[in-house]
Design a protein around this ligand. Structure first.
Ligand code: F6R
Length: 614
């Protein structure tokens, strides 16, 4: 998390830094700050809270920085130390000559701090980053060379970092480096940009260089020099970014989340183009690089992901096991990385991630890769760190998702899993041909069905208002829609802060049923199919405990009116595809409740879009 930017050139730096930070706001928004080289000193400006607070601070200092053409900036998601002005980056050393911005976590900061304090470093913040400022400053005092100082200091640092550094005595120089955190340099005419991610630089240049771990880049207006951790000069790998600058606009919607929910039908259409031609023809998925023979032999898959992507992975497990009869384990990446697991070269490991940068998933993928597994990555960011680790890369092509709560990327991940599972089923001949045909044909009908939901939102709004005063909310489902219940609950809790939980309905009686009374809404995801009757019985049990029963259903059964006080109907769909339909009203319920309660829908408290710390 956290986003860093830097600029060196001839242009007015502050606007470039602020705009760059604005593009990186998805990485955090607890506080923001910049440092700019002004005449003979470096000025630092910081503010607590959203970036707009920093812009307000800057308006009163314009005369100081108007001519500045070099600077660094940071947008923070707090890890060490509260999100205060003092803890906001950039951080400095004792004399204030060195300034630094950092994304990541310095794991040995306590030991380093103790050593540096003995040498006379005066710490002003609770951050881990400040140790790096002091450490580099001490190395600089010895070497009088910023690049050398960074090279020596980073050898003593453990953990993850992307750093951008300036020193007042190094008139026109900026140094940047990284380890286990993303960083790239944008290359212009007589100017360079540094950023955690492409959106911060793409409107200025498409020419860029991604830094590899432990590489150090030194930038002056005229040139860039790349070295490794031993100081040896490296060849620069400059590439053209496969991106067009996009104006991130809400297109008339009140929030990005609502816009992104409405984009879902087109996102699905885009994904299906070129993959399903007719229901008679085989699925085309050239992105999968495992040979057909290997796919046929495959008897184990592990899927690793976090948060919403984990819920998509759980549905992925259900359909792969159902369509392909291959055993699939799904595990949160943060658990996978800290236990002995039996991944091996015969296991296909699938990593699922919207951002492609989530630290836990990235680490898990690297561990699996080291064990020889084929790594298949499903991501919305084909230029991400995870994509670079992939043996097979399946881009979900949902377009940039701005809202912190994932919606369209989730639906896109689901569709990618359907394509993958059907593709494997066709190769393995593991599923009845007529079922494959009907799944392919019905998949292409899903966008219209979502459009039907989106054009009749009034009833969903009514539902949201009716239950918006609740403190707790339970979602239940069985079978393929159990992960839908988890995802519906996650959406509600992350943007409205209501304590929402998803349960497999059959588990209610093993404990959670104790919480039910006349104040508790229980939403049953009641899609016709193999577990419909079972879920109906579980809903009866909840109703018998006076819970406020809500049904999300494609059934027209009149009996439901006796059991449920509120019924939300969705278009009919076969059970195996129902998660793609069922999630849409749940996204909207979460959206409308949060909006009704006046919450910050697109940037909920304490969260960040890209979680680049473990
Ligand atoms: C929830 C949400 C998060 C992410 C999680 C993983 O709406 O967005 O739970 O799903 O942080 O992120 P990615 O998919 O980028 O790995």
């Amino acid at each position: 998390m956290c986003g860093i930017v830097g600029y060196i050139g001839d242009k007015s730096v502050v606007d470039i830094l602020i705009d760059g930070l604005h593009q990186l706001e998805y990485r955090g928004y607890d506080s923001a700050g910049i440092a700019v080289k002004c005449e003979d000193k470096i000025n630092i400006y910081k503010a607590e809270g959203k970036l707009e607070n920093l812009s307000c601070v800057l308006t009163t200092h314009k005369s100081e920085y108007q001519k500045a053409t070099m600077g660094i900036g940071h947008i923070r998601w707090a890890t060490h130390g509260a999100p205060t002005v003092v803890n906001a980056h950039p951080h400095t050393c004792n004399c204030g000559n060195l300034v630094i911005v950092h994304n990541g976590i310095i794991e040995n900061f306590k030991e380093l701090r103790a050593q540096l304090e003995l040498k006379g470093a005066k710490f002003k913040t609770q951050t881990d980053t400040e140790v790096v400022a002091h450490l580099i400053a001490y190395k600089y005092a010895d070497t009088k060379d910023l690049t050398k100082a960074v090279q020596l200091a980073t050898k003593e640092i453990e953990g993850a970092y992307a750093l951008c550094i300036m020193h007042n005595e190094e008139k026109d120089k900026m140094v940047a480096t990284k380890r286990n955190a993303p960083l790239l340099v944008g290359i212009g005419e007589g100017e360079f940009y540094v950023a955690s991610d492409v959106p911060a630089i793409i409107k200025h240049t498409k020419k860029a260089m991604y830094l590899n771990d432990n590489e150090i880049v030194t930038l002056t207006k005229e040139k860039m020099v790349l070295i490794n951790s031993n100081g040896e000069e490296l060849q620069q790998k400059i590439e053209t970014l496969p991106w067009e600058p996009v104006a991130l606009s809400k297109m008339g919607y009140k929030h990005f989340m609502l816009k992104e929910i409405h984009e879902q039908p087109d996102v699905i259409r885009n994904i299906l183009v070129g993959k399903i031609h007719t229901s008679e023809e085989p699925i085309i998925l050239n992105e999968v690089k495992l040979t057909k023979e290997k796919l046929k032999e495959l008897n184990r898959i592990q899927i690793i992901a976090c948060g919403t992507s984990l819920h998509a992975a759980m549905i992925g497990k259900y359909i792969i096991e159902n369509f392909c009869s291959i055993a699939v384990d799904v595990e949160p990446s943060s658990e996978y990385i800290y236990r002995k697991n039996v991944t091996d070269s015969h296991t296909l490991v699938i990593g699922v991630s919207q951002s492609g940068e989530t630290a836990d998933t990235l680490t898990a993928i690297k561990q699996a890769k080291a064990k020889g597994s084929h790594i298949l990555i499903i991501t919305n960011r084909p230029d991400s760190a995870m994509a670079r680790e992939a043996d097979s890369l399946v881009p979900v092509s949902a377009g940039i998702e701005v809202s912190v709560a994932a919606t369209k990327s989730y639906v896109a991940q689901l569709v990618s899993f359907y394509l993958l599972a059907l593709y494997m089923a066709e190769i393995k001949e593991s599923l009845d041909e007529s079922l494959i045909k009907s799944l392919k044909s019905d998949l292409t009908q899903i966008p219209q069905k979502i459009e039907q939901i989106l054009s009749h939102k009034e009833r969903i709004l009514e539902c949201a208002k009716k239950y918006s005063n609740t403190k707790d909310f339970i979602y239940v489902a069985r079978g393929i829609n159990y992960p839908t219940a988890l995802e519906g609950a996650l959406k509600l809790k992350e943007i409205s802060y209501i304590n929402a939980t998803g349960y497999p309905a059959g588990e209610l009686k093993h404990g959670p049923i104790a919480m039910l009374d006349e104040s508790m809404p229980v939403l049953s995801i009641l899609m016709k199919g193999s577990v419909y009757e079972k879920l109906l019985s579980n809903s009866e049990e909840a109703k018998a405990r006076n819970a406020r029963m809500i049904a999300l259903t494609n059934s027209k059964d009149e009996k439901l009116k006796d059991l449920f006080e509120f019924i939300l109907e969705v278009p009919d769909v076969q059970e195996l595809l129902s998660p793609i339909i069922a999630i849409v009203p749940l996204q909207l319920i979460a959206y409308y409740i949060a909006e009704y309660l006046g919450k910050d829908v697109d940037q909920p408290r304490n969260l960040a879009k890209s979680v680049t710390v473990e």
